[in-house]
Design a protein around this ligand. Structure first.
Ligand SMILES: Cc1cc2nc3c(=O)[nH]c(=O)nc-3n(C[C@H](O)[C@H](O)[C@H](O)COP(=O)(O)OP(=O)(O)OC[C@H]3O[C@@H](n4cnc5c(N)ncnc54)[C@H](O)[C@@H]3O)c2cc1C
Length: 486
């Protein structure tokens, strides 16, 4: 990263510092800054208690109440609903066609096809759900473009494009030449790429807050400012969900706490917390149209491990993220996931590097959050406490659409319903397990440094040191799939 590309304003950007991310500030302002739902006080009974009020918890609550309006469903959220990454992500609503070859290798053609079709269905269902429930989450179905920005990344999509075609859906993911990519968005860094059909974008916080409203209307009890401290076996086959101010006794518990799952025994070695940071520009729709020709609404990602992801918002800003944050240690989700200036600067640098023609455009906001990386780069649903607790985690930075799919699975499982989605191969613990601490943290730090150095060298047109290439490929050799080439 060449910091000389950054403007004085860019260098002044500070993520975090206790402030909410701009998406959530906007969504809350639209609701006239509501008072949070009351914290849980005392002991209460429920059929299903859901821990976590992000997309996964709220989609689960929605699906439960849609299927069985009489169920007593309680959502316990430490902050406010949407206060986590669901209210501050990049707004990509993606299917899994860009994972097609890995899915076939892991689950066989039939298992892969089932996962791919359900993930794609969730992309579309989110749009129709917004229409049906009057949630203006700025949903736009325009596909996702994967682009190479260095020769080392050329053709990284080829196996997935072939796998999608072999599974019988050649239109789902198709290679594009450099001229076709430039037609959609002009960056001097973009080379060839591939277009994924089932991809949309949203205003993330408007979606999270819309879900909260609809769940409340359907009868969910939501307690905000309510951190769950532990879950214990109780009487009569129930689980006791203990918070600082009370307790819920429930027949079933759903743990939907994203990267915070790293602090919970059933998920500790199955997911790794990692930081992702974003910046966004001031609104400039005309400039973006004239300089980049980027008017089709496609979201764009590059083929890095520390991926850059960007889209144009409805009000004509470019929002761009960089997956170059740091890994977490031993289940602690602290300020390195929200206040890491160097990680936010990587996103600002990506913006300046990709779009030198927008040098006058100001970046106005920076923020970050934790993602939950799984050993196979896919989310999973599994159980603990003798099947009474359902755990969902491992979105690996791609959870907006998949959380909808997992919400459907969790609701079906919580109602003991055996259906095609509860038999998907992502139902079951992610494998292999990550090593225990401190080896997990040390390994992740070494991998991050190697990856960033390698990819920065490739972007600058230099050949990375052989050792960096070896280290960055180590995860694959150990049976993990953490990202491209690693
Ligand atoms: C900067 C950034 C950009 C991203 N961009 C994208 C993107 O463009 N597309 C995409 O698909 N994905 C993206 N992601 C990932 C995506 O945001 C997540 O996968 C998704 O929001 C997961 O939803 P969730 O409900 O599982 O988690 P969350 O939204 O994190 O919700 C979990 C909730 O659990 C609460 N919680 C934690 N512990 C407790 C406890 N003990 N008791 C009670 N509550 C608790 C938290 O406060 C939080 O609100 C991004 C993530 C980040 C950080």
């Amino acid at each position: 990263m060449d910091a000389r590309l950054l403007s004085a304003d860019d260098l002044r950007l500070r993520p975090g510092r206790g402030e909410r991310a701009p998406w959530l500030r906007e969504a809350l302002a639209d609701e006239a800054d509501p008072t949070p739902a009351p914290a849980l006080a005392g002991t209460t009974d429920a059929d299903i208690a859901i821990i976590g009020g992000g997309y996964t918890g709220l989609w689960t609550a929605f699906q439960l109440l849609r299927r069985d309006p009489g169920r007593r469903v309680i959502v316990l959220e430490a902050d406010i609903c949407g206060g986590g990454p669901s209210g501050r992500n990049g707004g990509f609503v993606n299917s899994w066609w860009d994972e097609a070859s890995g899915l076939v290798a892991a689950f066989g053609a039939e298992g892969a096809r089932a996962c791919l079709e359900e993930a794609a269905a969730s992309v579309h269902d989110i749009g129709s759900w917004c229409d049906r429930h009057g949630v203006d989450a700025h949903y736009r179905l325009s596909g996702m473009l994967l682009v190479a920005t260095t020769a080392a990344h050329d053709g990284r999509w080829a196996e997935d494009v072939r796998a999608a075609a072999a599974l019988g859906d050649a239109g789902a993911y198709g290679a594009l030449g450099a001229a076709d990519v430039a037609e959609r968005c002009r960056s001097p860094r973009f080379r060839a790429g591939a277009l994924m059909r089932d991809g949309a974008t949203v205003h993330p916080a408007r979606l999270a807050r819309g879900l909260r409203r609809v769940c409340l209307e359907l009868g969910a009890r939501i307690h905000e400012g309510t951190r769950v401290i532990r879950v214990r076996d109780g009487r009569g086959g129930r689980l006791r969900v203990v918070t600082s101010g009370g307790e819920v006794r429930a027949r079933r518990v759903v743990l939907a706490v994203n990267a915070w799952a790293t602090g919970w025994a059933p998920a500790r070695n199955r997911v790794l917390a990692w930081g992702s940071y974003m910046v966004r520009s001031e609104p400039a729709p005309d400039l973006i149209a004239s300089e980049l020709g980027w008017t089709g609404g496609e979201s764009i990602v590059d083929a890095r491990f520390s991926v850059h992801y960007l889209h144009v918002t409805r009000d004509g800003r470019i929002a761009i993220g960089a997956g170059g944050g740091r890994p977490g240690f031993d289940g602690r989700i602290g300020p390195n996931f929200t206040d890491d200036v160097a990680a936010a600067r990587r996103a600002a640098f990506a913006f300046r590097w990709l779009f030198p023609q927008l040098r006058e455009l100001r970046l106005t906001d920076a923020w970050g959050g934790p993602i939950d990386v799984s050993p196979d780069h896919l989310p999973h649903v599994w159980s603990a406490h003798g099947g009474r607790m359902l755990v969902a985690a491992g979105f690996s930075g791609n959870g907006v659409a998949p959380s909808h799919l997992l919400g459907r699975i969790l609701a079906a499982r919580a109602l003991d319903s055996d259906e095609p989605i509860t038999r998907l191969p992502i139902v079951g613990r992610p494998r292999p397990a990550f090593p225990p601490e401190p080896f997990r943290y040390v390994g992740a730090r070494v991998l991050r440094e190697a990856m960033i150095r390698r990819e920065d060298a490739e972007e600058a047109g230099r050949t990375p040191h052989r050792l960096l290439r070896e280290v960055s490929r180590l995860p694959r050799r150990l049976g993990y799939h953490l990202g491209p080439d690693s």
